[in-house]
Design a protein around this ligand. Structure first.
Ligand code: HEC
Ligand code: HEC
Ligand code: HEC
Ligand code: HEC
Ligand code: HEC
Length: 501
């Protein structure tokens, strides 16, 4: 089935829980003492502290504590960028960054600009339980326009919560992943209009442009990003087995300092990246000099462009190597781990990133300087109807070497070609820049991982090719993972024309 990544498959197992299957043994095992009706109500102070939830919601707490939501206010890259932004704008950035990265620290007055986050109590840093579970209205589409009820009621997707003395609980459609409203809650933080006007990190706008935002084919942010499973929503008397939802929110970013759940996060990220893209690797005219390589990529898993979010800081690229008799005869995108992909000139490099520009259209690195942007992210699906002409718009391709390169073809016929797509969550060149400005410790760089997407790791040989067709009378042969067609059904990949890597 097209456009169904691993993330979705797990959530498709919805609503299987019969009440009868789970009565008895599952309740009354609180053990932590005092949970239930007799429990003292948490004060507002306590409600704001994720630790206070951990006695009754240990799984939610554990998962969240390793998430980027928990890390958002301690992330050294964030702290470095915010510090530099405040300095370079002479404070004009104000609360712009913290309003999403540490909204409770801001709303309680513990910080104004994020420069003192290290001294702010840990419970107020990051995107906390209290923040998400108190939202009562979404008053815009970007830059965190969320308002909090402040009534002590913890809102969730459960319409019949078991009574607890700890807090009041209520259903909210904003928290229910089966609603479109729920995407507006996530989306309005996952979408930025920068102070100078550039529309960046447009994950929400991107999602709205895909079929997943349509009523009949809807998949909300949480349906893909919060795996549903059967379990207990709370360790407290009287609770029953329900569908509960993952709070680890794996994406691409990882903690770069000691932080809980690191191995779990990394494995979850790898797992979802592995099924996000499918690829085909084709050779045109393999038997003669003048052969060219065509790489096809299809974003089948993400409910938005790929990569998404901070696409201006991500570095995602295609690595291609061609061999003849064991010797490398051509390569693009080959770089040792720990080295920046943008460092050495590679005219053929397929880099899927966004570039930023100031008002004079000069390329800039940091988003407080950005008035506009240009992107080469992979498109998201707009239809799942194979007969719709737009069906193949997510199949995009590039030719290696590029037609504009010299030479524009391989001099020797290749007998083996390999490819893979790799991504570094925040580019090493971005980190170098922050180290050079004195805002980031150089040691952080060594912790930045590079992920390789399994769905794109392919090896072509003439014997392994399964897809064959002629193009302008020249034979094309392809190997693929998942795809059944080659560059013949694909559109040229989006390109950055205004920026250099
Ligand atoms: C003394 C135990 C206890 C503590 C402490 C506790 N909760 Fe709960 N919570 C419960 C119980 C019981 C339920 C109902 C579970 C059910 O019906 O399956 C619940 C339900 C919820 C729900 C779901 C509401 C809905 O209707 O969907 C949310 C959200 C929630 N709690 C958040 C929190 C947060 C955040 C904290 C920490 C500030 C917290 N809880 C602390 C016991 C507790
Ligand atoms: C980024 C926002 C966000 C944060 C942060 C967050 N949650 Fe949730 N939580 C949700 C959403 C959304 C749901 C409901 C999903 C649904 O029902 O469709 C949920 C559901 C729940 C539920 C109900 C059971 C379930 O799994 O559906 C509990 C309990 C809960 N969260 C507790 C917590 C606790 C405790 C924390 C902090 C340790 C926390 N949440 C942090 C968004 C968040
Ligand atoms: C208050 C604003 C806010 C809200 C609301 C919010 N997020 Fe986030 N989210 C963030 C920030 C900030 C980060 C990045 C933190 C970092 O890496 O420093 C993040 C990170 C993530 C990541 C990990 C990204 C990566 O590259 O690793 C995912 C996935 C995610 N959020 C999904 C969601 C979903 C789904 C919801 C709704 C249930 C949601 N978010 C609600 C602010 C928010
Ligand atoms: C159809 C499933 C699907 C939907 C719907 C979806 N996502 Fe994603 N998302 C993915 C996949 C797959 C990835 C890529 C794998 C990964 O990063 O873990 C991803 C990646 C991300 C990332 C990591 C950033 C990056 O560079 O790719 C963020 C943040 C994110 N999604 C947020 C959201 C938000 C917010 C929404 C709703 C507006 C949303 N997603 C809707 C599947 C989905
Ligand atoms: C509208 C909410 C919002 C605002 C405002 C915002 N961010 Fe973020 N930021 C996010 C979200 C959401 C993510 C995660 C997106 C993703 O993973 O692709 C993120 C991710 C990041 C990351 C990359 C992941 C990491 O932590 O290494 C950095 C760095 C960052 N933000 C810095 C900043 C700085 C500096 C500012 C202010 C100039 C800022 N952000 C303003 C929501 C916001």
């Amino acid at each position: 089935m097209k456009h169904v990544g691993g993330l979705i498959a797990a959530s498709a197992a919805a609503a299987l829980l019969g009440a009868g299957a789970c009565s008895g043994g599952t309740s009354g095992t609180s053990g932590t003492g005092g949970a239930g009706g007799a429990v003292a109500p948490l004060t507002t102070e306590e409600l704001m502290d994720p630790q206070a939830c951990s006695t009754c919601h240990p799984d939610h707490f554990k998962e969240w504590s390793g998430s980027m939501h928990a890390y958002a206010g301690e992330d050294p890259v964030f702290l470095a960028m915010n510090a530099r932004g405040q300095r370079e704008t002479k404070g004009a950035l104000g609360d712009f960054c913290v309003k999403c990265h540490a909204p409770m620290a801001l709303s309680t007055g513990a910080t104004k600009d994020g420069l003192n986050l290290a001294d702010v109590p840990a419970k107020l840093r990051g995107v906390t339980c209290f923040f998400c579970h108190s939202v009562d209205a979404v008053k815009g589409t970007h830059d965190n326009p969320l308002t909090l009820a402040g009534d002590g009621v913890m809102r969730g997707g459960i319409s019949d919560p078991v009574k607890t003395g700890a807090h009041q609980a209520a259903y909210s459609s904003l928290m229910d992943r089966t609603t479109a409203d729920s995407s507006s809650l996530c989306g309005s933080c996952h979408d930025i209009v920068a102070p100078l006007g550039a529309h960046l990190e447009r994950t929400y706008a991107e999602w709205q442009g895909t079929l997943f935002s349509h009523a009949d084919t809807r998949l909300s942010c949480s349906q893909c990003h919060m795996d549903g499973r059967s379990g207990l929503a709370a360790q407290a008397p009287g609770v029953k087995l329900r569908k509960v939802h993952g709070h680890g929110f794996p994406g691409v970013d990882v903690a770069l300092t000691d932080f809980p759940e690191q191995a779990t996060q990394t494995a979850a990220i790898q797992g979802s990246l592995d099924t996000t893209l499918q690829a085909a690797l084709c050779v045109k005219g393999a038997d003669s000099p003048g052969a060219t390589i065509q790489v096809v990529l299809d974003n089948v898993g993400a409910g938005h462009l790929w990569p998404s979010g901070v696409a201006h800081d991500r570095r995602a690229w295609v690595e291609v190597q061609a061999f003849a008799a064991g010797k490398v005869i051509y390569q693009s995108g080959v770089v040792a781990d720990g080295e920046s992909i943008t460092k050495s000139p590679d005219p053929d490099l397929w880099l899927m990133r966004e570039c930023l520009f100031d008002k004079q259209d000069k390329q800039v690195a940091m988003f407080w300087e950005a008035a506009s942007s240009e992107t080469a992210q992979l498109p998201g699906p707009t239809t799942n109807v194979p007969t719709d002409p737009d069906y193949y718009l997510t199949h995009v391709f590039r030719t290696f070497p590029r037609p504009t390169s010299t030479p524009a073809a391989l001099a020797t016929p290749p007998d083996r070609i390999t490819m893979r797509v790799r991504i570094v969550p925040v580019g090493l060149d971005v980190l170098d820049d922050l180290v050079a400005s004195g805002d980031l410790k150089a040691a952080v760089k060594a912790k930045m991982p590079v992920f390789t997407l399994a769905g794109t790791t392919l090896e072509w040989t003439a014997a392994a090719a399964t897809i064959k067709y002629p193009e302008q009378g020249i034979p094309v042969s392809c190997v693929s993972a998942g795809l059944t067609t080659g560059a013949n059904t694909a559109s040229p990949a989006p390109e950055n024309t205004k920026c250099s890597p």
